[in-house]
Design a protein around this ligand. Structure first.
Ligand code: TYD
Ligand code: MG
Length: 485
């Protein structure tokens, strides 16, 4: 058996084969998705079940291992004594607000000094744009900013800054990919905040694998973490999410950093959502909504109004749902189209909502309401490029499907929310009163919601209809009976 230091252990004897046995560098395999380490290659990662995600890298017992061990030793050399929980100094973290409200809220109220923040997202979604705008805002607060780009030349960044109208601000730029050079500059210039765009381009010279490989990403992030904590300097790391084999997925980075923000959106829609998926300094419930325009990102303060722009009124299949994104209610339009299929297998296509959930709801409608849907195609779309993954959307989806199947429009200016169970019962959801208030504030006339939640909502002026089973939905469609408001 091979022990960690390259010795072969036989019984209780140790024989050192170090010289020739270990001459060939030992390699291990990393899963690019979850960062777990394995001694041999496998087609599927046993830890995260990702396929074809293994990458070979030198094992920790090689030269790097010794360096790592040496570093480890120096770290432990001044190991501090344990402290009692009651004896720990408390106090609020030092935060700086960027002035971009949506961004600050997602961060938990501003940027925390000495934190390491990962901003992930598909290429071209607007990560560089967001961070450049944040830098410009911070520079106006007399902070020292250093934007390090390994992706774009200074000329390109200059052109982007011009386009964003921030070219006059005092942000320092550096086109550099060597971590040593970056560390040197940071030590010399002592910036308050640095941006690394992107982690996949940064490399350490003493590691032989190419930039973007698992071992490079791991080591450079580790070094940036130490830099962030020791200086202290706030570090923003940009990480691309890509399915290509050569670039490390930032999944692995999530474990190492303080805060993980994902910037997401549909390429065809201008809306972008910034979501915190991990935050050591705040809640992960917050989202920020932006709109990409010709001259940069614009904050969307009232997403509901934007999501509902240009929606058809009084058309069958269009329903307004009240959803909660983070801690904020957002009204979104759910559209459904149910039509007789001309295929052997009916089609079920969904945008912005999970197709399995829709299949389940179709089965519930068919079984509990006796509406024949198995011979129909069903298309469901959450308009505005939003992705909603919340059970409270169920009732709106059911209503939209029913409305399209029966060709009867739901009442105008009505908002609907609630979870639907397999027996067709309508279950309560969280934050009901917030959803009702949003509908009231946006001048809607009526809310259809779970009966069990009705007693929880406070005083309201809007008409509220509590429902307990999906059977009760059909009479609420226009044509069968008009709702008196
Ligand atoms: P970018 O910030 O470069 O994306 P990332 O860093 O995530 O790869 O944004 C790229 C896209 O954004 C690009 O397709 C053009 C668009 N864009 C605008 O629409 N308006 C703008 O003002 C800017 C700077 C970019
Ligand atoms: Mg970029």
């Amino acid at each position: 058996m091979l022990s960690e230091d390259g010795n072969v252990r036989i019984g209780t004897f140790f024989i050192n084969f170090g010289g020739w046995f270990m001459a060939k560098d030992k390699t291990v395999f990393f899963c690019k998705e979850c960062g777990n380490e394995f001694p041999k290659w496998m087609g599927q990662c046993p830890a995260c079940k990702a396929w074809d995600s293994f990458e070979e890298a030198p094992a920790a017992s090689g030269v790097q291992g010794k360096q790592r061990a040496a570093r480890g030793k120096s770290d432990t050399a001044h190991a501090s004594a344990p402290v009692k929980l009651s004896g720990i100094e408390r106090g609020d973290e030092e935060r700086v607000k960027t002035g971009i409200e949506e961004f600050d809220r997602v961060l938990g109220g501003g940027i925390v000094k000495g934190s390491l923040v990962l901003v992930g997202g598909d290429p071209g979604i607007g990560k560089s744009t967001l961070l450049l705008e944040a830098c410009a805002m911070l520079a106006r607060k007399k902070l020292n900013l250093l934007y390090i780009s390994g992706e774009e030349s200074l000329r390109q960044i200059g052109m982007r800054a011009e386009r964003l109208g921030v070219a006059d601000d005092d942000v320092l730029f550096l086109a550099e990919t060597s971590l040593d050079a970056i560390e040197e500059t940071v030590n010399r210039d002592k910036p308050d905040i640095i941006v690394i765009d992107s982690i996949q381009t940064v490399y350490r010279e003493d590691i032989s694998s190419s930039p973007g490989s698992i071992s490079q990403v791991r080591e450079t992030t580790g070094a940036l973490m130490r830099m962030a904590k020791s200086m202290p300097v706030t570090v923003f790391i940009v990480g691309h999410v890509t399915k290509e084999g050569t670039v490390a997925g930032p999944r692995m980075l999530e474990h190492m950093v303080d805060t993980v923000l994902y910037f997401e959106g549909d390429a065809s829609s201008p809306y972008r959502i910034l979501r915190a998926v991990k935050n050591r300094f705040g809640s992960t419930n917050e989202v920020g909504v932006f709109e990409m325009e010709g001259d940069g990102l614009r904050e969307v303060r009232n997403p509901s109004e934007h999501m509902l722009e240009g929606r058809p009124v009084g058309e069958p299949g269009s329903v307004i749902a009240a959803s909660i994104e983070g801690t904020r209610p957002i009204l979104a339009e759910v559209q459904a189209l149910v039509s007789r299929t001309s295929f052997a297998m009916p089609r079920r296509t969904c945008l912005g909502i999970d197709v399995n959930r829709v299949n389940l709801l179709l089965a519930v409608i068919e079984k509990r309401m006796g509406v024949q849907l198995s011979g129909s195609d069903a298309y469901v779309n959450v308009t505005g490029g939003m992705k909603i993954n919340e059970p409270a959307l169920d009732l709106a989806v059911v209503m939209a499907l029913l409305s399209s199947a029966t060709d009867k429009a739901p009442a105008e200016k009505t908002v609907i929310f609630g979870e639907v169970g397999l027996t067709g019962e309508i279950r309560g959801v969280s934050r009901a009163s917030q959803r009702v208030m949003e509908a009231q504030n946006l001048a809607y006339d009526c809310v259809i919601m779970p009966q069990v939640n009705v007693k929880d909502i406070g005083p309201h002026k809007i008409k509220v209809i509590g429902v307990g089973h999906i059977r009760e939905l059909k009479p609420l469609l226009l044509g069968d009976r008009k709702i008196k408001t």
